[in-house]
Design a protein around this ligand. Structure first.
Ligand SMILES: NC(=O)c1ccc[n+]([C@@H]2O[C@H](COP(=O)([O-])OP(=O)(O)OC[C@H]3O[C@@H](n4cnc5c(N)ncnc54)[C@H](OP(=O)(O)O)[C@@H]3O)[C@@H](O)[C@H]2O)c1
Length: 303
């Protein structure tokens, strides 16, 4: 068992990046775990007051970048409703990023990927739930190989109409980025990528985004292969290298995974997801953890 970093650290310790005209701290927050510890498990509703406290504490700790979606809900909890309840009226500096494309019906069952014509309804659903009249950033989340032009074009029209400030992409390959950029600017790419799981196409996008000054926002940085099911308990299943680096810094394995993620480049933003206040403080504190080149190399060779 490793020592947990207890010192209070502000998210600004991780440094900043820009999403269009929005400046955000590189250590942000993912809202998917607020509704239940296992994502998309309808029955695993989390304590409502605790989720609200986690959101408010995140902002107190300097988090100004929250990732969400209308389809993050369990039977009794909705991530967007929790964000609205906890944080509205929203601080000017808070950037809320949502995603459209996938959708779930009221029973929680997944719907077919949205048609271009259905995207406006998904954007408006986010606006209603969050209580806003525009969305800071909307990611078009692909479910398959594409093409995406008609969908991205529909979102670009909503951007022109003032419903959306900036556009991003999620779950894409490098070819999709170029296809979308022919239609409208892309400020971020959100793909699965972490120390434990590094799909090649995400690695390519990490590099391409860095070259073009686009934010790369990996998900499952902590959960790794556990993905929707969540992370293993502290230390369980962690590679020896992760445990050794954690011990050397008096940090937890999750903090090392986040520090490794932030170490991939100044354009990489972390959005760790949690509904646990202790994990939140730990995750924000990871923004101050600096790994040496040797430690990064050791971790690069690990999983
Ligand atoms: N674009 C997409 O397709 C997509 C897909 C998936 C996720 N996302 C976004 O990315 C965000 C991050 O993904 P994620 O939440 O699935 O995974 P994650 O941040 O990699 O890990 C979350 C899991 O790790 C646990 N955890 C968090 N902090 C921890 C800590 N300090 N120590 C030990 N365990 C810890 C959480 O449980 P506790 O809640 O109990 O702490 C949860 O089970 C999501 O919240 C969501 O906003 C986007």
């Amino acid at each position: 068992m490793t020592t947990k970093t207890t010192q209070t650290v502000d998210a600004a310790a991780a440094g900043t990046w820009t999403l269009g005209d929005r400046t955000v701290n590189r250590l942000g927050f993912g809202a998917m775990r607020l509704t239940g510890s296992a994502a998309f498990d309808l029955g695993s509703s989390r304590d409502r007051e605790q989720s609200i406290r986690v959101l408010r504490r995140a902002v107190e700790l300097g988090v100004d970048h929250i990732d969400t979606a209308a389809f993050y809900f369990s039977r009794l909890r909705s991530a967007n409703e929790l964000i609205n309840r906890a944080l509205a009226p929203y601080p000017d500096e808070l950037t809320i990023v949502t995603k459209v494309g996938p959708g779930r019906d009221a029973s929680g069952a997944w719907l077919s990927w949205a048609t271009p014509g259905q995207l406006r309804g998904q954007v408006e659903e986010n606006l209603r739930q969050l209580g806003r009249d525009h969305l800071d950033v909307v990611n078009l989340r692909l479910n398959g190989p594409g093409p995406l032009s008609d969908h991205f074009g529909a979102l670009a029209e909503l951007r022109e109409a003032g419903l959306i400030r900036h556009l991003g992409l999620s779950n894409i390959g490098p070819e999709h980025l170029a296809e979308a950029q022919a239609i409208a600017p892309v400020v971020c790419v959100q793909n699965r990528y972490g120390l434990a799981s590094r799909p090649d196409r995400s690695g390519d996008l990490l590099r391409i985004c860095g070259e073009q000054g686009i934010a790369f926002v990996p998900f499952f940085a902590i959960a790794g292969e556990g993905r929707e099911g969540g992370a293993a308990p502290d230390g369980a299943g962690d590679d020896d290298a992760v445990l050794a680096v954690a011990r050397a810094h008096g940090a937890t394995p999750a903090q090392v995974r986040l520090a490794w993620t932030l170490g991939q480049g100044g354009h990489v933003l972390a959005i760790p997801g949690t509904g646990n206040p202790d994990h939140l403080a730990e995750n924000v504190a990871a923004g101050a953890l600096r790994l040496t080149a040797d430690e990064m190399a050791l971790l690069d060779a690990a999983r």
